[in-house]
Design a protein around this ligand. Structure first.
Ligand SMILES: Nc1nc2c(ncn2[C@@H]2O[C@H](COP(=O)(O)OP(=O)(O)OP(=O)(O)O)[C@@H](O)[C@H]2O)c(=O)[nH]1
Ligand SMILES: [Mg+2]
Ligand SMILES: [Zn+2]
Length: 246
């Protein structure tokens, strides 16, 4: 029901999923980027800007916690050595997450991304300047989304996308492009959500000598033992503990 520039809310559908974060400072505390989509395409860049994997882990927890199926996308594959990229991100594939390596400029992985978005409702999210809008333009040129170069000095994105809109895809499905986030503070992190986002860590839980083990160096810690034997990445354990994992 659109009359000139006015709209009427005809119904409010129940919320089945959402991608939310803790808002900075002011009320309301919850900032929901998007609700009722099926999957979250979490985009980070191989370089320019270099991926902060602790932030990537927080995006994973936010997606899994919000009921969204994550698809990790490492964009700007043209700027990095493929072997180094594989070594850095392989843990996510080993965890069972979908991991795509893409390049909006060279074309790598675009067919795979397109297929993953077909007939689904997705949100594309990540830091600024990683190429979210560029990827969408590459798979759906009709969208004409605005993009801009990463700062030469700061190596950071310029926060080009400023509003969130659910856009129809020409091959079927919908996608919400979102503005790059500088920070992602989580809300309501549960141990279940953490276990789902960190199956590599969860596999070693419950093996510590003490039930109240801090996993930070207590004797008989199963997680530290897994790190020592090379079965668990130290960085992933640190990330899990930072988010309150037990
Ligand atoms: N080398 C290279 N550059 C890319 C690639 N994808 C995007 N870029 C460049 O990265 C810059 C940022 O791209 P955007 O698409 O605006 O990034 P964004 O993630 O949408 O950024 P925000 O809207 O600010 O969140 C632009 O200069 C793009 O041309 C890629 O695969 N390889
Ligand atoms: Mg953008
Ligand atoms: Zn322990």
């Amino acid at each position: 029901m659109l009359e000139h520039d006015r709209g009427v809310i005809e119904a409010v559908l129940p919320r089945t999923s959402d991608l939310s974060r803790r808002a900075a400072g002011s009320e309301p505390l919850r900032h929901t980027l998007v609700a009722n989509v099926d999957q979250a395409v979490i985009v980070f860049a191989a370089a320019e800007p270099r991926a902060d994997l602790f932030m990537l882990d927080r995006f994973l927890v936010a997606a899994v916690g919000g009921g969204l199926e994550p698809l990790l996308c490492v964009n700007k594959a043209d700027l990095a050595d493929p072997e180094l990229l594989e070594a850095r991100f392989a843990v996510y594939r080993q965890c069972g997450f979908r991991l795509a390596s893409t390049s909006a400029v060279r074309g790598d992985g675009l067919a795979e991304l397109r297929e993953a978005l077909t007939d689904r409702r997705s949100v594309i999210c990540g830091p600024s300047g990683v190429g979210k809008s560029s990827l969408l333009n590459a798979i759906a040129p009709g969208l004409h989304l605005r993009t801009s170069e990463v700062g030469e000095v700061t190596h950071k994105g310029r926060h080009t996308t400023s509003a969130i809109a659910l856009l129809p895809l020409p091959f079927g499905g919908w996608v919400a492009d979102t503005p790059g986030l500088r920070q992602l503070s989580l809300l309501e992190v549960t141990q279940e959500h953490l276990a789902a986002a960190f199956p590599d860590v969860a596999a070693h839980l419950g093996r510590c000598r003490y039930s109240n083990c801090s996993h930070l160096g207590d004797p008989g810690c199963g997680l530290q033992a897994a790190v020592a034997s090379g079965d668990l990445e130290r960085r992933r354990l640190k990330s899990f503990l930072q988010m309150g994992g037990r």
